[in-house]
Design a protein around this ligand. Sequence first.
Ligand SMILES: Cc1cc2nc3c(=O)[nH]c(=O)nc-3n(C[C@H](O)[C@H](O)[C@H](O)COP(=O)(O)OP(=O)(O)OC[C@H]3O[C@@H](n4cnc5c(N)ncnc54)[C@H](O)[C@@H]3O)c2cc1C
Length: 594
Amino acid sequence: MTYATPLRDIRFVLKNIAGMDEISHLPGYEHATSDVVEAVLEEAAKLSSEVWAPINRTGDRQMAKMIDGGVKTPEGFKEAYKKYAEGGWNALVCPAEFGGQNLPWALGVAVGEMWQSANLALSLCPLLSQAAIEAIEKHGTSEQKHTYLPKLISGEWAATMQLTEPQAGTDLAAIRTTATRNGDHYLIRGQKIFISYGDHDFTPNIIHLILARVDGLPSGNDGLGLFIMPKFLLNKDGSPGKRNDIKAVSLEHKLGIHASPTCVMMYGENGGAVAYLVGDTSEEGKGLRNMFTMMNNARIAVGVQGVGLSEVAYQHALDYAKARLQCSKLGDKSGKRVAIIEHPDVRRMLLTMKANTEAYYAGSMIDWMRRNPDPVQVQLAAARVDLLTPLVKAWSTDLAVETASTGLQVHGGMGFIEETGAAQYYRDSRITQIYEGTNGIQSNDLVFRKILRDNGAEAARFMKEMREFLVDLSQKPSDDLDVIQNGMVKAVAALEETTQWVLANAKSNTEALAASAVPYLRIFSTVAGGYMMTKMAYAAHRALFTADGHADYYNAKLITARFFTEALLPQIYGLMAPVMGGHTAVTQIANDQF
Ligand SMILES: Cc1cc2nc3c(=O)[nH]c(=O)nc-3n(C[C@H](O)[C@H](O)[C@H](O)COP(=O)(O)OP(=O)(O)OC[C@H]3O[C@@H](n4cnc5c(N)ncnc54)[C@H](O)[C@@H]3O)c2cc1C
């Protein structure tokens, strides 16, 4: 199993989907020159493909283990993390004030894709640190920022996200772990489950961000606080000192990401784990809101996991399809066996695996949100990021599972045999649909918050942008672009019609809406994905005339976009009926009729 970083594709997407040239002109990003971007991409490509990817398979077999009360990660993982931290990779998009490099998010997405493709299980550790850094930066006190951010940003310490309990998964209002005020800190008592990298051997300290119920506050979400709970309490000089009252008691045995330790955690066996409220005392009941900063960051990042996994599963299947000889070409009676890539159905599968770029677009919107000097534009970009977050998380991860499954199918029986590695991508991909809020919950978020909150205004603005782009496209004479433009015009109209139904049924038919949320998200994301493919096709079309010697490459982009429009985009018409009419049975059937 190898991973070859698709640098050319990444450059193409960064330029044409993320708009990297424009982003690097935003105030504060002047240092993100094309030379710097190129150097970052090339160095990340080396580390991901030469250091992280080669241990992906062994990590799956060896798994993280609990030894002498602590977690030991598989061979090579600690060293690979060390190289990542020493290379400054954790600091890439972080604020310069605390030692970060302050580079654009769009570039962070590109580099993130590389870590995820190379080694999903390992990448989960820094992914969570990144999310914690944003939460502390946004909600922490000045002292907390100066104490924790430099070491988290450098990667010297890592962070975790601690929400889930046996009775509180999706329903965080049911959290029971308690936080009791004790002078300048709180004492945490209780248990969490499913905590990724709850313990490990990468760093000398782990900074847990934990959601707990504050004694004396009301029940439900308003009683939750977000706390910083270090594994080792800090000495006066900031170094790790006494062990806190926290223990990883066991590891889960799971379907995939075997190298990532998923821990059951206990706090308070000796009186309570010392923790500090993120922010000042006025933040006591705002823990869930503050944790959402961390979760939204992680949702985009998990979407990037989907992109990375799709890419590597595609590469792997493509290699196999070129090497595996089976049967003659359709219609050839000579008996000459050909590589399976010659068979139309295998070509269909391979083409289906190539359309996953929404996360890049979302990354660029985060940059516009952070750096645009015009406050109106900042608000618009923020609304777009909000709308896109559930799409990126759910669609990219749904596609990752489908792509990994298709990749396995391309291998035939060998795909089912562990030795080819296709099975690992399939197993690893599956968690991405579940954690950071299941994809069902992302769909609810899309419908009930992102669409209804502003009565469909941001969705309408997005569709208007698509329509305007498509008008521009019709000025360009080309068979492929014609097909793409016509297909997209129809698709945007279908999305509008379905969105109108969602808005019209919001109040009177809430149950129906909840039952239709998943196919609606799929329609929305597929049309948005079509928009990205159209942008790429247009860029490829223009590049064809630059005579830079890469006509084949640009042609392939046009063909892929055409395939998407003709073969994948029409799936939305089959989903409109379930959205607008498929809910009756779901809402009528009684529990005892199942
Ligand atoms: C490998 C792994 C790593 C993880 N890492 C972490 C971590 O680092 N930190 C952390 O805190 N958690 C972590 N989790 C937990 C993860 O985030 C949860 O498993 C996830 O949020 C779902 O919660 P649950 O498992 O309790 O499922 P449930 O909430 O019980 O959901 C079960 C099913 O019911 C559906 N459902 C529930 N409520 C609703 C509703 N209101 N409307 C519609 N459908 C609904 C869900 O979509 C799902 O299909 C991890 C889990 C795993 C397996």
